[in-house]
Design a protein around this ligand. Structure first.
Ligand code: CTP
Length: 144
């Protein structure tokens, strides 16, 4: 049976299973910093890579790399232990349970958006790396 709340393990080793979510299109150093810091908080980092459809809903444009390629790229990082496709923002609670996460990490562009998950696991928002985003990179490539 899966417990109602995965009790966080706050000893010197940090959390057991950290989960985070995002599109991670055209991977950049801001993504890498976020993933590395998330991984440092626990023993295992699981990443929910937003599906192409979900990414379109969030950002109003199709990702440059499709979901399979984005998953492959994220999965190949040393700081990432597992990946899956995130189909809907509203399913965060299911994903936390399925992956038995005791900490959810999000960038602070999502500040307070997922506090309702705090009854399932701890929730932390990390500062975004300034001055870089996928949107900006696409703009620079398009228009110089
Ligand atoms: N992130 C970050 N620092 C950045 C950019 C992203 O910490 N400079 C984090 C986000 O806060 C999120 C994760 O990386 O937790 C995935 O973000 P994503 O939306 O895929 O990246 P963006 O570069 O913000 O994408 P876009 O410009 O398309 O919105």
């Amino acid at each position: 049976m899966i417990p109602a709340r995965i009790e966080p393990c706050r000893d010197a080793t940090g959390y057991r299973r950290v989960i985070t979510f995002g599109t991670f299109d055209v991977l950049h150093v801001g993504h890498l910093h976020l993933l590395k810091r998330a991984r440092q908080l626990g023993a295992t980092l699981i990443v929910g890579v937003s599906s192409d459809a979900l990414s379109f809903c969030k950002k109003g444009r199709r990702p440059i790399y499709d979901q399979q390629d984005r998953m492959r790229i994220v999965a190949s990082l040393r700081c990432v232990d597992g990946v899956f496709i995130e189909e809907a923002l509203e399913r965060k609670r299911d994903y936390i349970r399925e992956h038995r996460a005791d900490l959810m990490v999000m960038g602070d562009d999502w500040l307070d958006r997922f506090n309702d998950c705090a009854d399932l696991c701890d929730v932390r928002y990390l500062k975004r790396t300034p001055s870089i985003s996928t949107t900006e990179i696409i703009e620079i490539i398009r228009h110089g």
